[in-house]
Design a protein around this ligand. Structure first.
Ligand code: HSE
Length: 435
């Protein structure tokens, strides 16, 4: 049997998962790869007590792995976009195929990396960069290759989904849950990447690029995290029949492409509403297939390792094949990708949940609904909560029908100026995901 030599750079959460799963399942993996996949070398700054690397050459300098003449595939699992970039480029310059789980690297430097790899007839595979253990890259790029993609909506950060689920079901404190997510190895080295939506933004850019045949770019993408989300909104949303999920949404419209990451109300009956804990889920709506849902663990050592190893198997199986028969990194050749107009968030059309505190006296609600009507916004539901004892103000919740965000902004500005309305208006976008 042919033998393919692999070098793993990074032995943290994902690296140790890859090492252990390859060691445990080598017989099945080799059968599927139709070759013998051998971990020849590991580059890691320190040993990981979860891995028995006694039989492998372990070096402290990861660049030694990238330059090792006996290695065919370099697996980059160190994260970040500086050293990781140098490592990947060094590996490619040394004619190695690359497998990476690094979404930030692909989102920010993917065009350069893929172009350089293609010029050398090398593969850069990155299944684990999006949605952990879910084979969404393969699913979208190859499984749905017959389709024109209309939209993608995904829970693509396990840490935020874990936090939202614990806050919703157990009323736990945000910071307390974040610490647990870090301990479980879900969170990024800098967890603000998770909770501020940056990690999800990196992943959304990759999905959108494949779906809409456009170059990878973070320019114009709207990002909002979950740190400003208040427990009362989670509770009110629930009463109204919605769950709040942190979604990445990419949609092809006649005006351009929507690219946005933000907390979103989704109806409890929608496929994605019941996806909880560290699970990720990506809904893809396409012209031939309709709507599909890809769901599974979005982070963690072995789920992510599952995707990394699938890439190693793919690269190893076709290592001697000519470039034409290999799958393009973004589905189509780089020369075919086209720049798209990324829509400003004010231009998007969706429904909105609004919450504000208004004086409880006759005429106040009619002033508010008049402003909504004058702004061309139709109201789907309006709820006034019971007045707390000793308070003159009540919470008012409005769910709008679909409208343009700039119309909502105008209405919000006018309502906030009313003397009968206290503080600022909180609003959250609503998606029904049914067409
Ligand atoms: N920090 C990421 C998450 C890891 O929570 O989803 C997987 O990309």
């Amino acid at each position: 049997m042919r033998s393919v030599q692999v070098g793993i750079c990074g032995l943290g959460t994902v690296g140790s998962g890859v090492f252990n799963v390859i060691s445990r399942n080598s017989s099945n993996i080799n059968d599927r790869a139709n070759c013998d996949i051998n971990i020849l070398q590991v580059g890691a700054r320190r040993d990981n007590p979860d891995c028995d690397t006694a039989s492998v050459d372990v070096v402290r300098d990861i660049f030694e792995v990238a330059k090792n003449p006996d290695i065919d595939i370099v697996v980059e699992l160190i994260g970040g976009t500086t050293v990781a970039y140098d490592l990947v480029m060094t590996a490619l310059k040394n004619n190695k195929h690359v497998v990476t789980a690094n979404k930030a690297l692909i989102a920010e430097h993917g065009m350069e990396i893929f172009s350089f790899a293609a010029s050398k007839g090398l593969v850069v595979a990155y299944e684990a960069a999006v949605a952990g253990g879910i084979p969404i890259i393969k699913g979208l790029r190859e499984g749905l290759s017959a389709n024109k993609i209309n939209w993608i909506a995904g829970i693509i950060n396990g840490t935020t989904n874990f936090i939202l689920t614990e806050m919703d079901t157990k009323g736990r404190d945000f910071n307390d849950v974040l610490v647990e997510a870090q301990e479980k190895g879900y969170a990024e080295a800098d967890p603000t990447f998770d909770v501020e939506g940056i990690d999800a933004a990196h992943k959304l850019v990759i999905l959108a690029s494949i779906a809409f045949e456009m170059p990878l770019t973070l320019d114009g993408l709207y990002t909002d995290g979950i740190t400003q989300l208040e427990p009362q909104d989670v509770a009110y949303a629930k009463e109204l029949g919605y769950a709040i999920k942190h979604l990445g949404i990419a949609r092809q419209t006649e005006q351009g492409v929507e690219l946005r990451v933000h907390p979103t109300l989704v109806p409890h009956k929608s496929m994605i509403a019941g996806v909880n804990d560290v699970a990720n889920a990506v809904m893809v709506n396409a012209d031939a297939v309709g709507t599909t849902l890809f769901c599974g663990p979005g982070a963690g050592a072995e789920p992510t390792a599952s995707s990394v190893i699938a890439d190693i198997v793919d690269v190893a199986r076709t290592i001697d094949a000519s470039a034409e028969v290999k799958v393009n990194a973004l589905g189509c050749p780089i020369s075919q990708l086209e720049q798209r107009n990324i829509m400003a968030i004010e231009e998007i059309e969706t429904s909105f949940y609004m919450r504000f505190s208004a004086l409880d006296k006759p005429g106040v609600l009619s002033d508010i609904t008049k402003i909504m009507g004058d702004s061309g916004i139709s109201i789907e539901a309006i709820v006034q909560k019971e007045q707390p004892v000793g308070e003159d103000y009540v919470n008012v919740i409005i769910v709008t029908n679909v409208t343009q965000e700039k119309l909502l902004n105008t209405a919000v500005e006018r309502i906030e100026k009313l003397e009968t309305v206290r503080d600022t208006i909180k609003f959250i976008r609503v998606e029904h995901l049914d067409q």
